[in-house]
Design a protein around this ligand. Structure first.
Ligand code: KIV
Length: 273
């Protein structure tokens, strides 16, 4: 076992996350989209694996998350679920599958749970989608909220810059956070907002907050796996810490393989039948 893995095999549930907040224990969340990576991430002791619609960017190469379909999210989530023993698996509802009306939102969430085996869904937004959140929660499906920089609204925002810097936007975010808690969300992602605001919201809520680019005062942190492993090499915002330069390791290994094939040093005698 690697020296940094967590030796706690208990299955993580939404109840456990609430207890972690109550005990002051930070929550670690990371994205995954496929079986092999999800297995490693789960075995390392991750609390929550998010099958994010960031798959649109890091798996499919789109410039925004908008093209992601429900079928594609279900495919990615089912690959992750088959690998996971311990982490709580949360799947994003993609753009256009919950904003129209609460019935459509519930249908989308039910499809995710039935067809992928994920245990919870994440939706972006506050007051505007509160009926959808209530309807999904009332059906017994755990919902994670997402406020601040909500990438599905990029065409309205115009940029991926920090959100809620103005008093008006910060006040709306706080009201939305309370509304999401009241509606039954078990946690809320706070993306790219000032650290002081994220801390205030985290202290105000009884449910856990998970930050990305929101400072250290949230109850947990989330990163996109390809970003923190250095696979998504062109992306280096201020908030991102790179834990490995895996992109370089892969290019080195693949380069060595190519030269071994060309020089006929692979396969050698012990690598053949
Ligand atoms: O889609 C995603 O990966 C996300 C995280 C960045 C929170 O929503």
């Amino acid at each position: 076992m690697s020296t940094n893995t967590i030796d706690d095999k208990r299955k993580v549930t939404t109840i456990r996350l609430a207890q972690m907040k109550a005990n002051g224990e930070k929550i670690a969340m990371l994205t995954a989209y496929d079986y092999s990576m999800a297995k490693l991430i789960d075995e390392a002791g991750m609390d929550v694996i998010l099958v994010g619609d960031s798959a649109a960017n890091v798996m499919a190469g789109y410039s925004s998350t908008l093209p992601m379909t429900l079928d594609a999210m279900i495919y990615h989530a089912s690959c992750v679920v088959r690998a996971v023993k311990r982490s709580l698996v949360v799947c994003d509802l993609p753009f256009g599958t919950y904003q129209c009306d609460s019935q459509r939102a519930l249908d989308s969430a039910i499809r995710v749970l039935k067809e992928s085996g994920a245990e919870a869904v994440k939706l972006e937004g506050g007051e505007e989608i509160i009926d959808s959140i209530k309807r999904i929660v009332n059906a017994g499906i755990p919902v994670m909220g997402h406020l601040g920089l909500t990438p599905q609204s990029i065409n309205q925002f115009g940029t991926y810059n920090v959100r809620a810097k103005s008093e008006a936007e910060a006040a709306k975010l706080k009201a939305d956070a309370l509304m999401l808690q009241e509606a039954g969300c078990f946690a809320i992602v706070l993306e790219k907002i000032p650290a002081s605001l994220a801390t205030e919201v985290s202290q105000m809520l009884t449910i856990p907050t998970i930050g990305i680019g929101a400072g250290s005062g949230t109850d947990g942190q989330v990163l996109v796996m390809q970003d923190m492993l250095g696979i998504n090499q062109g992306f280096s915002p201020k908030f991102l810490r790179r834990y490995a330069e895996t992109g370089e390791i892969i290019k080195d290994a693949v380069g060595n393989y190519i030269s071994d094939v060309k020089s006929v040093s692979f396969p050698n005698e012990s690598e053949q039948y």
